[in-house]
Structures are given as structure tokens and as C-alpha cells.
Design a protein around this ligand. Structure first.
Ligand SMILES: [Zn+2]
Length: 187
């Protein structure tokens, strides 16, 4: 809205602003141009999908397999007399099977929850970095004469192919010691 009234900042290399344009304007106005392709806005990270039915199913299957294995193993090693049988297996084997099922199910599910939490943490960090990069990208200017990018106040020009490094940098790029108040009368 105010883009037309705000004077464009001067390029740190040539010191002029006659060939300076906001990067967002270049991308908006000529999205198909090779330059705009290079200057495209940073992409937001994909959110982590929630733990769904497939995960629950997988956990159940693994637990059942482990339980069957445990029952079989107990049957083979058990020395107790076959006094009380349930479906042809001993009580102790059934008990072992149930306990194995519960432990493995909780274990597998816990592993997924832990993995989910870890991925969510990574996503949050990536999202914060992307948000900051987007804000910087919005303030980015391109000088056609020098074929480089700069943020207002930046003392050096950044090559176009280093845009990602510039916008994702942890600290803002080298700023002028004291940013001079933008001259209102300049044009
Ligand atoms: Zn320039």
C-alpha cells in the first residue's frame, strides 16, 4: 500500500536507487522470468502428520507377533505340567503372551510418540527460521545494475545465488553502524 510513497533505498554498491526494485515486486510482476525464479520466496516447511490409524495398526501387529512368539517360546521352555489348558496352551503362556503384547504395544507406541515429538521440535525450529527468512525476504531489494541483493542498511551487496544464505542467516547481515534516517527529499 505504502510501497509507492516510500523512497527506494540506495544500492550499497553503486549508491543509486534508479535500478533498485523490491524482490517481492519482481516475483509478483514477472513470476516466469529466470530472475524471479531465483528470487522466489522461501518455502514453508511441511508440518508433521499426526500419528494415525496406520501407526496404531502397525503397533498392534508388531505386538501380536511378539505375543505369539512369546507364547511359543514359553510353551517350549515351560516345564509346568499341562494341567490347565486354554486353547491348548498353558496358563503361564497365555499370561506371558498378554504381558508381552502390552509391553511391546506401549513400547512401539511410545517410540512413535517420541519420534513425533522430535519431528515436531524440528518442524517448529524450521518454521521459526522460515518465518524470519520470509520477513527478511519481504524487505529484500534487487539492483539490476549490479545484479545483487541487499537489505536496507546492508553495507555490501549479496549475489543473487546467495539469497538463501542471506535470508536464513542467524544474524542480520553487516549493517551500517548507524542507519541514517532515510532522506525524505531524496528521489
Ligand atoms: Zn547497484
Amino acid at each position: 500500500m505504502t510501497a509507492d510513497t516510500t523512497p527506494l533505498p540506495c544500492c550499497p554498491q553503486c549508491g543509486q536507487n534508479d535500478t533498485v526494485r523490491p524482490v517481492s515486486a519482481i516475483v509478483q510482476e514477472e513470476p516466469e522470468s529466470p530472475l524471479a525464479q531465483k528470487l522466489a520466496a522461501p518455502r514453508s516447511p511441511r508440518p508433521v502428520p499426526a500419528i494415525g490409524c496406520a501407526t496404531l495398526f502397525f503397533g498392534t501387529m508388531v505386538s501380536i507377533s511378539a505375543a505369539i512368539f512369546a507364547v511359543g517360546l514359553t510353551e517350549l521352555t515351560a516345564t509346568a505340567p499341562r494341567t490347565s489348558l486354554l486353547f491348548g496352551v498353558r496358563d503361564t503362556s497365555v499370561f506371558t503372551g498378554i504381558i508381552t503384547f502390552l509391553f511391546v504395544f506401549v513400547g512401539v507406541h511410545g517410540m512413535f510418540v517420541w519420534r513425533q515429538a522430535r519431528l515436531n521440535r524440528i518442524f517448529r525450529r524450521a518454521f521459526v527460521a522460515w518465518h524470519r527468512a520470509s520477513e527478511r525476504w519481504q524487505q529484500l531489494f534487487y539492483c539490476a545494475r549490479c545484479d545483487g541483493l541487499f537489505l536496507p542498511g546492508q553495507t555490501t551487496l549479496t549475489p543473487v545465488d546467495q539469497m538463501q544464505t542471506l535470508i536464513y542467516a542467524r544474524r542480520p547481515p553487516s549493517q551500517a553502524t548507524v542507519a541514517p534516517p532515510s532522506g525524505a527529499e531524496g528521489g
